[in-house]
Design a protein around this ligand. Structure first.
Ligand SMILES: [Zn+2]
Length: 337
């Protein structure tokens, strides 16, 4: 989510991010490159982490003392949301092969997704001390500064009934703005995905609206002119991220009025990994991205510290694809005020 400067000094920027891009799938082995490893990397590229895990596990049987293969196994566990297993095998990789920056970055990614930014940060700093060139890497620098950014480093209880106090700020739309006018813009490069995207956006607004007990309502409008919320979908990653940060594959830009209430919002969601990608994203992660971005447009600046909540700062495999009780009571409180 990015809140754009308005006619007043009310500029702040932030955005969901995740460390995954930093995670190196090391291709080093201590022997001849095995076919299963090559296949593994191919599966990683296609984001089929279950199959990739099979391949790396087979390779590890062949080379049981390869720290690099252990690391690849750990990366797959990370992507599959099996954090305990990821930590265990990464630790083993460190024991066997000594400390490498790539292992530290994997560890950082695990802790970031577990919602433990302080631990994530210390692993990233360790990566920089193990390999000083890391400290000069703009991706690492960006990840470190994002982890230090309060919007991505929410504090507060993981178990309280809501996470209002973890947000950097919040302000709901005014009553007079209801029902919110929402326009879903057809991307003429990828018209075929319009219906799907429309229904994802509808589903997202419905979930949040129901959670507010009707305080939030919306209607779709035919024209972008005068819409409160404009929703775009794209296959160009550069529109939703910078410096190769992956994350919730979306961004929300918001104009804020003088009284801090939302003025207008623009959601952009990445629905395909580049124009050349064979398939559209689908399933829970895409649903989560839409739900998350719609949450921002309803006036939440910041994130939940609990990785089960939709408003956690990163998309996690097996994470929420519908609102948690904490998401619901947070939005309800915002609109009770
Ligand atoms: Zn976010």
């Amino acid at each position: 989510m990015r809140i754009l400067e308005t006619f007043i000094n009310n500029k702040f920027q932030r955005k969901a991010f995740i460390i995954t891009m930093l995670v190196a799938y090391s291709s080093q082995t201590n022997s001849i490159a095995a076919d299963s490893q090559r296949d593994g990397f191919e599966y990683v590229k296609n984001k089929n982490f279950l199959k990739a895990l099979d391949c790396f596990t087979a390779a590890l049987k062949e080379h049981p003392n390869s720290w690099a293969i252990m690391q690849s196994v750990g990366s797959c566990h990370l992507e599959l949301g099996q954090y305990d297993r990821a930590i265990a095998i990464l630790q083993k990789s460190i024991e066997v092969g000594g400390l490498h920056a790539s292992q530290c970055k994997n560890m950082a990614a695990v802790y970031q997704r577990l919602g433990q930014p302080k631990k994530a940060l210390s692993w990233l700093k360790l990566a920089c001390s193990v390999d000083p060139t890391q400290a000069a890497d703009p991706n690492v620098q960006a990840a470190i500064s994002k982890l230090q950014d309060p919007a991505n480093n929410p504090s507060g209880s993981l178990t309280a009934s809501d996470y209002l106090s973890s947000l950097v700020s919040f302000k709901g739309w005014r009553k007079e703005s209801m029902p919110l006018k929402v326009h879903v813009r057809k991307n003429i490069q990828i018209p075929g995905f319009y219906d799907e995207f429309l229904s994802l956006i509808r589903e997202s607004f419905d979930q949040w609206a129901v959670a507010t007990g009707g305080a939030v309502s919306y209607r779709f409008v035919e024209s972008p002119d005068g819409a409160n919320v404009l929703c775009d979908y794209t296959d160009r990653r550069e529109l939703v991220s910078s410096q190769h940060e992956l994350g919730i594959d979306g961004i929300t830009e918001m104009l804020v009025k003088r009284d801090n209430t939302p003025g207008s919002a623009n959601i952009i969601v990445l629905v395909k990994d580049g124009p050349g990608a064979r398939t559209f994203k689908q399933g829970p992660l895409l649903r989560l991205s839409c739900l998350h971005e719609v949450g921002h447009t309803l006036g939440m600046h910041g994130h939940s510290p609990n990785n089960h909540d939709v408003m956690f700062s990163a998309a996690t495999f097996g994470g929420a694809s519908s609102l948690t009780e904490r998401d619901k009571s947070t939005i309800r409180k915002i609109y009770q005020r």
